[in-house]
Design a binder for this molecule. Structure first.
Ligand SMILES: [Mg+2]
Length: 166
């Protein structure tokens, strides 16, 4: 498919937008944007019709953090992204324990399906998901979304350069 035909970008959060830490990122003070990511999200905002974050946040299910704390953290994160010219259209998070067998926790594609319900314009075949875990890639594959696995050596910023050059 021609790259220009992609219209929706799904992003995992931890390990893609912010550096992972030991345990769960609970407060914005523990949330550090990976180098170059703010600029990349700004560039990607110009390219894609929408950018959506899909993130597993089992820390809530484990009662290590509250939903309110997560929402506050996300609000701070979005402010910083917008200050840098980027825009995230929506954030979906799964608060459930892995043991609960919910349909939203990746590798299940529930959050992607929910996004498609909320944004009728989403076409999975014209969507790309970036994640740093196999479970991200599995979730994308289950609904026919193109996936890209990033890591500390090939980050969102590296991919953005490659993608936008094409
Ligand atoms: Mg991750």
């Amino acid at each position: 498919m021609n790259l220009k035909e992609y219209t929706t970008l799904f992003l995992d959060r931890d390990g893609v937008i912010n550096y992972k830490i030991d345990g769960y990122v609970q407060y914005f003070s523990e949330f550090n944007f990976i180098e170059g990511v703010l600029e990349s999200i700004s560039d990607l905002t110009d390219y894609f019709d929408r950018i959506i974050i899909v993130t597993n946040q089992q820390g809530i299910g484990k009662q290590l953090m509250t939903e309110k704390e997560l929402l506050e953290l996300h609000s701070e994160m979005l402010k910083e992204i917008e200050k840098n010219g980027g825009k995230i259209d929506k954030i979906y998070y799964c608060p459930h324990l892995a043991t609960l067998d919910c349909n939203c926790r990746k590798p299940e594609p529930g959050m992607l399906k929910k996004a498609k319900q909320d944004f009728k314009e989403i076409i999975f075949e014209k969507s790309i998901l970036l994640g740093d875990s196999d479970t991200d890639i599995e979730a994308a594959e289950k609904v026919g979304v193109q996936s890209v696995k990033v890591c500390s050596k090939y980050t969102l910023t590296h991919w953005t350069r490659d993608f936008l050059l094409n």
